[in-house]
Design a binder for this molecule. Structure first.
Ligand code: HAM
Length: 445
């Protein structure tokens, strides 16, 4: 039978076979963010369109070309193209910024951008991101960058370079815009239509236009670093010192301008060359004016977001470790109705102890049941037939070694199983040299 409704272009399914890879990233993301004092925030998938116009910016590619905007009755909403705008809106609406500063939140969420799909570029993608509000110190920039670096290291990723830049404050930006206008005006006719408009409204946006012609023209454009005011320069120098002190390697890339309008001062990206054109796995920076722009008090802030699908591509490429997917701990092969009822009861008790127990629900014969147990990689099996039910004792078989132990089929079954199971885990840990990061069952240690 052929399926004639397929998933939309630029979206992906995650099946149970692969979900442990997502769990690995999510677990490490949560643990890392929480160890830096960040708490999780959850926000709506859609917001009033105005929120993105006022934050991401009207002249950005994201707003001009990529938003999924839905008209519903009288209202208009947009599926979030990123997490920062909604998060800051939620922090303001829930009064978080009236509490002790800095406020630190992280999120794991889906984003939607109508881009041309390709490897590492989707229309629905997922971000792990975070925002810190309240500190104007370059120490906060170093902290947030250090968190991103820690996360990438904990995932086991290699060959990812950190690039930093400063795009200044509105004061230095005004002079820079003037220089850019002078530069681009000379080749104005060659720019794409959108960039001709950007030349008037926001010339810095021309620098991250995806059109190859605009990119070529922009190659020799003036650099923002030459236009920084004293305060922005000092901030940038201090950040470089802190990163050096923390042994975080970086390169200054004066061409990073980022694709969203809210940034001020520090911007940064973690980039790999190993996965083709979409190699930016993390992007972020400071946005000291955004909270005020959205109706709050002046509050400096900063953050970053990582693309989870891109992290997964790099992890795959670099053969990184994942949490081990949970496997069947014990499979009951049953013969007859009495055995089936016993298997149901014993499974219920085992599940209360936290074990993954299974029994036949397909009416298979004994041979087929054992074949199935092998296929799902069950750690232990028990065959239950009339003899076992009558005697109240069965053989618990450890599948890898083939060893068998007698076990009573009564209320002591689950604790007795646990004891035997622990011995197996200890054996495995010994074989692995005591490495407990990725546990046998995939559960937390
Ligand atoms: P962004 O650079 O637009 O920044 O996105 C962050 C990351 O999301 C990118 O580095 C990339 O890994 C991933 N990403 C972006 N677009 C796609 C796509 N179409 N398909 C797959 N992955 C993608 C932001 O979104 C800012 N809100 C980050 C931030 C937080 N800045 C301050 N706080």
């Amino acid at each position: 039978m052929s399926i004639n409704i397929k998933r939309p272009n630029g979206t992906e399914d995650v099946t149970p076979k692969n979900v442990h890879k997502w769990h690995t990233i999510e677990k490490i993301a949560r643990e890392t963010a929480e160890s830096f004092g960040f708490g999780e925030i959850r926000i709506p998938t859609f917001e009033n369109t105005d929120l993105f116009l006022r934050s991401v910016g009207e002249t950005t590619d994201v707003v001009q070309k990529e938003m999924y905007t839905v008209k519903a009755k009288e209202s208009e909403f947009t599926l979030r193209p990123e997490g920062t705008a909604g998060t800051i809106r939620a922090m303001l609406q829930n009064g978080l910024l009236n509490e002790a500063l800095p406020q630190r939140v992280y999120y794991i969420l889906s984003c939607f951008r109508h881009e041309r799909p390709q490897a590492g570029r989707l229309r629905e993608f997922h971000q792990f991101g975070l925002e810190m509000a309240g500190s104007s110190s370059p120490a906060a920039d170093a902290e947030v960058i250090s968190l991103a670096k820690t996360m990438l290291d904990r995932l086991g990723l290699k060959n990812i370079e950190l690039y930093i830049n400063s795009i200044g404050c509105p004061a230095c930006r005004a002079k820079y815009h003037e220089a850019l206008r002078n530069y681009f005006n000379l080749r104005k006719e060659e720019l794409c239509e959108t960039c001709q408009e950007r030349l008037i409204k926001n010339p810095m946006r021309i620098l991250d236009c995806k059109s190859p012609v605009c990119q070529e023209i922009g190659k020799n454009a003036p650099l923002i670093l030459d236009y920084l005011c004293e305060e922005c320069s000092e901030h940038f120098e201090k950040l470089k010192k802190y990163l050096t002190d923390l042994d975080i390697e970086f390169k200054v890339n004066p061409k990073i301008v980022r694709g969203l309008d809210y940034y001020t001062k520090t911007v940064f990206e973690f980039v790999t060359t190993e996965i083709g054109a979409q190699g930016t796995v993390c992007g972020g920076g400071r946005y000291d004016g955004l909270i005020e722009q959205l109706g709050g008090q002046h509050t400096p802030a900063l953050g970053f977001a990582m693309g989870i699908e891109r992290l997964l591509i790099v992890m795959e490429k670099q053969d990184c470790d994942y949490l081990v997917p949970k496997k069947c701990d014990i499979y009951f092969a049953t013969m007859g109705e009495n055995a089936l009822e016993k298997a149901m009861k014993l499974s219920k008790a085992l599940r209360e102890y936290g074990y993954f127990a299974e029994y036949d629900m397909m009416g298979r014969g004994l041979k087929a049941q054992m074949k199935y147990a092998n296929k799902i990689n069950a750690a232990f099996t028990v065959v239950l037939g009339d003899n076992e039910i009558e005697s109240g004792i069965a053989k618990l078989k450890e599948m890898e070694k083939g060893t068998e132990t007698d076990i009573r089929l009564d209320e002591k079954f689950a604790p007795a199983f646990e004891e035997i199971y622990f011995d197996k885990i200890l054996d495995i840990m010994e074989e692995q040299g005591g490495d407990t990061l990725f546990s046998f069952t995939g559960e937390d240690n």
